[in-house]
Design a protein around this ligand. Structure first.
Ligand SMILES: Nc1ncnc2c1ncn2[C@@H]1O[C@H](COP(=O)(O)OP(=O)(O)OP(=O)(O)O)[C@@H](O)[C@H]1O
Ligand SMILES: Cc1ncsc1CCO
Ligand SMILES: [Mg+2]
Length: 276
């Protein structure tokens, strides 16, 4: 068994507490996805408690899907507390580029906080990094040609892992770029599959521990994406459409074995010549 299976066992063994400040659409599915894979979710938004909760957690997952002033203030406060305590912060800049408010908020949070992982769809990451790309509401509407290079430069500058998802997922730690080819088109037919993935990445970087090296966090992220997308493949094989797919996805996350994850993993290093 390689690394990927060991990360899954570590999540199941430690049951990491993941503090989520997420959006109104996905709150329930994100919590259920975390439970199904073996982690422990908590959703906490009050300014009075977010700092305490973030310090207690093994990871903080921030998602600006239905942002407003209070949510942004809570994300900032929780993020600072997590940074001070060395708790890894995962950020999902949902819909960045759709409106000036989203773009400004995402850029500000990225500048103010030390992120362990930045994860969005390819359109969002392209816009946020100024590499091009487009969004339509919260969906990707086009990826930039040079996205992997832009991601690698940003990751190197900030010392974080950057992930752009889609049919192929790109992951970089600022040195290497990986292309991950698991998943299923039904993931784009249910709301919040990316948000569920972001929450799950909280669990995987959470078990990498406080102050883990960015290369170790990248390994955790690759494992988290692969487990989620392999579960999606197994769920899709038994689903009639989006409704049963979401239910089957919880089942598949719950039953996923390290052996299945490793056997079905499609992870490759993207070499310079193929990064166009
Ligand atoms: N066409 C596809 N084929 C296979 N997997 C896909 C496809 N599209 C998306 N995925 C997978 O779906 C998940 C979500 O990725 P996506 O890029 O759709 O995120 P997102 O736009 O942020 O989602 P959402 O806004 O619904 O939360 C990832 O695990 C990704 O690998
Ligand atoms: C549909 C939608 N709108 C804001 S957040 C969200 C969930 C998917 O990102
Ligand atoms: Mg998204």
């Amino acid at each position: 068994m390689t690394d990927i299976g060991e990360w899954l066992l570590k999540v199941r063994g430690e049951r990491p507490l993941v503090h989520n400040i997420t959006n109104l659409v996905v709150t329930n599915v994100a919590a259920n996805a975390l439970l199904a894979i073996g982690a422990s979710p908590v959703m906490a938004y009050a300014e009075e408690e977010v700092a305490d909760m973030a310090r207690l957690a093994q990871a903080l997952a921030l998602n600006m899907g239905t942002l407003d002033q209070r949510v942004v203030a809570a994300m900032r406060r929780a993020g600072r507390a997590a940074n001070d305590a060395g708790v890894p912060v995962v950020f999902d800049p949902v819909g960045v580029g759709a409106t000036p408010y989203r773009t400004e908020t995402a850029r500000t949070l990225c500048d103010e906080l030390r992120l362990a992982v930045l994860r969005g769809n390819a359109g969002e990451i392209g816009v946020l990094l100024g590499a091009g790309g487009a969004v339509k509401g919260v969906d990707a509407a086009g990826a930039a040609a040079g996205l992997p290079q832009a991601m690698r430069a940003y990751a190197a500058e900030r010392g974080c892992v950057v992930v752009a998802t889609g049919e192929t997922d790109y992951v970089t730690d600022g040195k290497t770029v990986w292309a991950l080819r698991n998943g299923h088109p039904l993931l784009a037919a249910v709301t919040g599959s990316g948000c569920q993935l972001t929450a799950i990445l909280g669990a995987f970087v959470g078990v990498a521990g406080r102050g883990a090296d960015v290369a170790v966090q990248a390994a955790a992220v690759i494992a988290g994406i692969t487990c989620f997308n392999v579960a999606a493949e197994m769920a899709a094989a038994r689903a009639d459409g989006p409704g049963t797919f979401q239910a089957r996805l919880f089942d598949a996350l719950y039953h996923l074995t390290p052996e299945d994850a490793v056997a079905r993993a499609r992870v490759e290093v993207l070499d310079e010549g193929r990064m166009a």
